[in-house]
Write a protein that binds this ligand. Structure first.
Ligand SMILES: CCCCCCCCCCCC(=O)SCCNC(=O)CCNC(=O)[C@H](O)C(C)(C)COP(=O)(O)OP(=O)(O)OC[C@H]1O[C@@H](n2cnc3c(N)ncnc32)[C@H](O)[C@@H]1OP(=O)(O)O
Length: 229
């Protein structure tokens, strides 16, 4: 039988880059990702003529070639240094270098509770003018996982249950998560996303597990910034 323990702690990359250097690079990478996100939005909504599209495409291809002159052999991974700083610039939700990720900035207001406010544009559409249900699920999974972990322990999503109560319009949205219950390696998190100040559009309950291969105890320093399984 194929076991499911394909992951190990060793998959997290110890990368001894000083924290100030990580932060400098993170700023630069985030700025580029923001511009690329803008490019995605502009691509979706542009009505310029076909020959102008072709001209823009040639310029974009040139930029891609420049970035490819020096790059990692695979995904960005989850990295950490011995100062307790971690970074995961490719993460599908909070990766600072990931322009495909929605513009989410999760705030942890104490252990076991978090929120995020963001504006979702044309790139996240499902039903006309509404946020795609999978995008809501994606963002909720991340905030719930981070809430379960609190950057003190490693957690992975075991089960995620969503109830889509009403459509969520594109535009400014808010999500919130909190730990509802905890027992051994099992952490239950409740969350919701909706228009700020209105009833929730999507409610979520999730069971997050500290995998059997990960330390159960909290780390001494914790991870000061996002990492994920
Ligand atoms: C750096 C930090 C920052 C962390 C920041 C976190 C941000 C994360 C955001 C991203 C989150 C993701 O996308 S994570 C990626 C999506 N999730 C995954 O890929 C997980 C894939 N599944 C697995 O790797 C594994 O099945 C695990 C780790 C979930 C469980 O394996 P295990 O650790 O060996 O667990 P096991 O001993 O079998 O079971 C322990 C107990 O849990 C129950 N259990 C096991 N699996 C499940 C399940 N899926 N749903 C419900 N319950 C389950 C069992 O019945 C058992 O109950 P009992 O008998 O004890 O009663």
């Amino acid at each position: 039988m194929h076991d499911n323990l394909g992951m190990t702690m060793g998959m997290f990359i110890h990368d001894e880059v000083p924290t100030d250097e990580v932060e400098r690079r993170e700023k630069a990478v985030s700025a580029l990702a923001d511009s690329v996100r803008d490019l995605v939005d502009a691509t979706i909504r542009t009505t310029v003529a076909d020959d102008e599209l072709a001209a823009v495409r040639a310029e974009v291809d040139g930029l891609v070639a420049r970035l490819r002159t020096a790059q990692l052999p695979g995904p960005a991974g989850v990295r950490y240094n011995s100062e307790g700083r971690s970074w995961n610039w490719g993460n599908a939700v909070v990766g600072r270098g990931n322009a495909v990720a929605p513009p989410v900035d999760i705030v942890h207001d104490g252990f076991g509770s978090a929120y995020a406010e963001m504006t979702l544009g044309a790139a996240y559409e499902g039903p006309p003018g509404m946020v795609h249900g999978g995008v809501s699920a994606l963002m909720l999974d991340q905030i719930m996982g981070e809430t379960a972990s609190g950057f003190r322990r490693l957690t992975m999503t075991g089960t995620l249950t969503l109830r889509y109560r009403r459509p969520l319009p594109l535009g400014p949205v808010r999500m919130e998560a909190r730990i509802a219950h905890e027992e051994g390696r099992k952490i239950t998190v409740e969350a919701q996303i909706g228009v700020r100040g209105e009833d929730a559009a999507v409610e979520a309950t999730g069971l997050f597990l500290i995998p059997s291969w990960a330390p159960l105890a909290e780390t001494e320093q914790g991870w000061s910034r996002s990492a994920e399984g």
